[in-house]
Design a protein around this ligand. Structure first.
Ligand SMILES: O=C(CO)[C@H](O)[C@H](O)COP(=O)(O)O
Length: 261
């Protein structure tokens, strides 16, 4: 396996490697999508090969399914697995309460279904993904193709009345045509700048006809492992107490990064 070559890739690799230590034999594990999750899948492939780790992976996209098969991680569909012990996935943004924006890779629908069907969700990310307030990253919203321009107009009108800075909904393109998700839908990227109330927005967006799902993951992530370019990682965990979700630092570790791996 070729190792990471830039500080940002080392950060993603270190976070993925650390998160892979949460995976134990016999677990059913949701496998995220994106470049950070790809390091996780490769690491699990190594553990299957070298340690005889017995797991079942449930991929959140066709690309992750292909990678998992390539590196030897046994895969199942969510319908076959039903409920998972753990999901490990990347994120585009993460705030102090471990609420997320996801869907930069267009897999938000399957990612949200899989993460919700898991006892725990661990997010792996480099430090650039940590933000004070969600919204600088355009928020992906998966919409059906039928009446998409009307859905876009309704979303933009609705956003005008909410606590966000911008309201443009931009259809995502790929190779000159509309991007298609694994479910055959399209993505509108909402350029909001800053989201005042992410919890409220996540609920409201899904009320608009034509919207399938949005990329706000509220109260879903339990643990975040942030990697740094020097190969160190920070782990933050959620405690559900009477006062709600409380995040506390678990550890700052040195992960040995062998780039010749
Ligand atoms: O939500 C996602 C895909 O839909 C990814 O997890 C997110 O875009 C982060 O990707 P990367 O690890 O490549 O930075």
């Amino acid at each position: 396996m070729t190792g990471p070559t830039s500080p940002q890739e080392i950060a993603k690799y270190a976070a993925a490697r650390q998160a892979a230590t949460y995976v134990e034999g016999g677990m059913k594990v949701g496998l995220g999508t994106g470049s950070t999750a790809a390091w996780l899948v490769r690491r699990l492939g190594e553990r299957v090969r070298d340690e005889g780790l017995q797991i079942v992976g449930v991929p959140t996209s066709s690309s992750t399914a292909a990678l998992a098969r390539e590196v030897g991680v046994p895969v199942a569909t969510l319908d076959e697995a039903r409920w998972l012990d753990l999901t490990i996935d990347g994120a585009d943004e993460c705030d102090a309460e471990l609420n997320l924006i996801k869907g930069g890779g267009g897999a938000l629908l399957q990612e949200k279904i899989v993460a919700t069907a898991s006892d725990r969700m661990i997010v792996i990310a480099d430090a650039t993904k940590r933000v004070e307030k969600l919204g600088a990253f355009p928020l992906p919203v998966e919409v059906v193709g039928f009446g998409m321009n009307t859905t876009k107009m309704l979303l933009e009108e609705m956003l005008e009345g909410l606590d966000v800075m911008g309201n443009k909904a931009v259809p995502r393109m790929k190779d000159g045509t509309l991007f298609r998700t694994d479910e055959g839908n399209h993505i509108l990227d909402l350029h909001l700048g800053r989201i005042g109330n992410a919890r409220q927005l996540a609920l409201i967006l899904n009320q608009v006809p034509g919207v399938v799902e949005n990329g706000l993951f509220i109260d879903i992530c339990d643990v975040i492992v942030i990697g740094h370019g020097d190969g160190t990682v920070e782990t933050r965990d959620i405690n559900s107490g009477e006062t709600g979700r409380m995040v506390h630092e678990v550890a700052t570790d040195n992960v040995f990064v062998d780039i010749a791996d």
